[in-house]
Write a protein that binds this ligand. Structure first.
Ligand SMILES: C[S@@+](CC[C@H](N)C(=O)[O-])C[C@H]1O[C@@H](n2cnc3c(N)ncnc32)[C@H](O)[C@@H]1O
Length: 243
């Protein structure tokens, strides 16, 4: 028996998910990012093997975002996939700022995979959040550097790391290098238990690089009731000081 490469499986899942969503009346999702995020989760529960940010974890992140002061306005996300978490961030920022979010409230989600970018753009449009959820194609580090150079992102209230774990630490350090953090900014990282991001965890648990004049973090691991045998930890680190 031959087993498919994971990339092929995920590409097929994305096609099936598109069919699943667009087979339903569009009115189910119009102007309703929560409804679309929930439908994606329903699909994932049916088929299995979908690397989405599940609702139990969204709830943990949501708690933090709802109490963040000042309220979050700019979110950057490394790893779009099918847009599940991007839609959830859109729904949360709407819960905070109202249905017509101000112009300076923006979510930027990055993924090098053109198929996932196209699918998520369609989903973002379907849910009516395309004014402020921007789906960009490319490695997150390149996209973030470009947004910074263009002056579109000057502060990051929350960065979400949900791409390949080997990039978590270098991309966290890029946010530092571009001086995008403020005191109270959040770094949220998924899958730090499995597949695991040991260098990232060691760094945030040490509070940063330890060098005087550097960003200081406080960090906590949140255990969620994930699927049996699936990754269940979300690591949330708060920027305590910029130097
Ligand atoms: C775990 S999935 C993201 C799940 C997504 N957050 C959700 O909830 O639906 C990981 C994604 O990271 C993307 N990826 C890989 N390398 C990346 C990079 N350097 N920058 C941004 N995304 C990357 C992959 O193409 C894949 O779609």
């Amino acid at each position: 028996m031959t087993t498919k490469p994971l990339s092929e499986l995920f590409a097929e899942r994305a096609v099936e998910l598109r069919e699943f969503i667009f087979s339903k009346p569009t009115s189910n999702f119009t102007n309703n990012p929560w409804a679309l995020a929930n439908a994606i989760e329903d699909f994932a529960n049916q088929v299995g093997h979908m690397m989405i940010f599940r609702q139990a974890k969204v709830d943990v992140a949501r708690e933090k975002l709802l109490t963040q002061q000042p309220a979050p306005r700019t979110i950057v996300e490394f790893g779009t996939f099918v847009g599940k978490s991007a839609l959830a961030w859109g729904a949360i920022l709407r819960d905070i700022h109202g249905d017509k979010v101000p112009d300076d409230v923006n979510i930027y989600t990055f993924d090098p995979d053109p198929q996932m970018v196209a699918l998520t753009k369609d989903f973002v449009k379907l849910a009516g959040v395309e004014d402020f959820v921007h789906v960009l194609e490319g490695p997150g580090s390149d996209c973030l550097r470009t947004l910074h150079a263009e002056g579109k992102v000057t502060t990051v209230d929350m960065a979400f790391f949900d791409h390949w774990e080997k990039f978590y630490l270098s991309d966290l350090k890029l946010v530092e290098e571009l001086k995008l953090w403020r005191v109270g900014s959040l770094a949220i990282a998924d899958n730090t238990d499995f597949p695991g991001a040991p260098d990232y965890l060691a760094y945030v648990r040490a509070g940063g690089n330890g060098i005087s004049g550097s960003v200081k973090y406080e960090t906590k691991s949140f255990e969620t009731s994930g699927r049996r045998g699936g990754p269940s930890i979300v690591e949330i680190s708060t920027v305590m000081a910029l130097e």
